[in-house]
Write a protein that binds this ligand. Structure first.
Ligand code: SAM
Length: 296
């Protein structure tokens, strides 16, 4: 079984204060690492959401010892209000969103998230919904593709990459990660390359596009803030600057608007120390921001 190490776990648990008890929502339960830590530290109950069926199956195993205190739901966190209504839950004692992909998704060899191996180009977190990356790449207009790669990958060679993809798909469908990575690497001039793999930014962009990862993130953060009890906290972990920017700005807006809902506890985001990064390289880009609900 693939080992999964929850990122910034001690910091997240300390800030969420599960030792006070109560109901915590893990909006991205993944493999259940953070959820288990919250339960072991005193959370009375955890409601865990994920849009990936495979992740929920793994979370069920991780959380087996505490199964009486756990409810797992297959859902997109943007539907949180509906999930809470269906569960008869009014207010939360804490919430967590650890955004992005899990190690389970990255390391599986049939999901298409990784350019390190040659596998089908799927990239959907929910494999039962929507079009795969391969299906989308087959028809997307070149301009739109260039825009996606530029916006979601912050890739300065987006136009060249989009042109090469459109040329290549006319010869043969692009339906594996290996073929896509090779096309992208060839599109980027040598002097434009950094130490990271030339395909990294394009893969990130396509993943965000396929899963609509940034869409509605601000509204979701506001929903959680509104559902917290006074004094309850919301922790959000991000892995790239596009997401972190949205979290930072939304928290700021919720803290300063006409109806001040929260106070932000992390003026600067919390990042992993060298020990954690040495143990878990994925932690390198993680940023944790925490907000606390004010009494209304
Ligand atoms: C970084 S992992 C979470 C890992 C988890 N904290 C743990 O300790 O195992 C992110 C998870 O969020 C899920 N996810 C991403 N976007 C989602 C969304 N919009 N709704 C629900 N789950 C989502 C992914 O499927 C993935 O399993």
């Amino acid at each position: 079984m693939i080992a999964h190490v929850p990122v910034l776990c001690a910091e997240t648990v300390a800030l969420l204060r599960p030792d006070r008890g109560g109901l915590f929502v893990d909006c991205t339960v993944g493999l259940g690492g953070h959820a288990r830590a919250l339960l072991e530290a005193g959370a009375t109950r955890v409601l865990g959401l994920d849009r990936d069926h495979t992740a929920l199956a793994r979370a069920r195993i991780t959380l087996e010892p505490c199964r009486d205190r756990v409810t797992l739901v297959h859902a997109d966190y943007r539907d949180l209000d509906g999930v809470l209504r269906a569960q008869g839950i009014d207010a939360l004692d804490g919430a967590l969103a650890d955004l992005g992909v899990s190690s389970l998704q990255l390391d599986a060899n049939d999901r298409g998230f990784s350019f390190q191996r040659d596998e089908p180009l799927d990239m959907r977190m929910d494999t039962k919904t929507g079009n795969t990356a391969a299906q989308r790449l087959a028809t997307v207009p070149e301009d739109e593709l260039a825009d996606v790669i530029f916006r979601f990958g912050e890739e300065r060679f987006s136009r060249r990459i989009a042109r090469r993809i459109v040329e290549a798909r006319a010869e043969q469908p692009i339906d594996t990660t290996g073929r896509l990575a090779a096309i992208v690497r060839r599109a980027i001039p040598r002097q434009g390359r950094s130490r990271i793999d030339a395909a990294t930014r394009t893969f990130q962009a396509l993943r965000i596009w396929v899963n609509r990862e940034l869409e509605g993130l601000d509204a979701f953060l506001a929903t959680v803030a509104r559902r917290l009890r006074a004094g309850a906290r919301f922790a959000v972990i991000t892995f790239h600057s596009l997401e972190d920017r949205i979290v930072k700005h939304t928290f700021r807006a919720l803290a300063h608007g006409d109806t001040r809902l929260v106070t932000v506890l992390t003026k600067k985001p919390i990042v992993a120390g060298p020990d954690e990064i040495a143990r878990n390289p994925r932690a390198r880009s993680a940023k944790l921001r925490v907000a606390e609900r004010l009494s209304s």
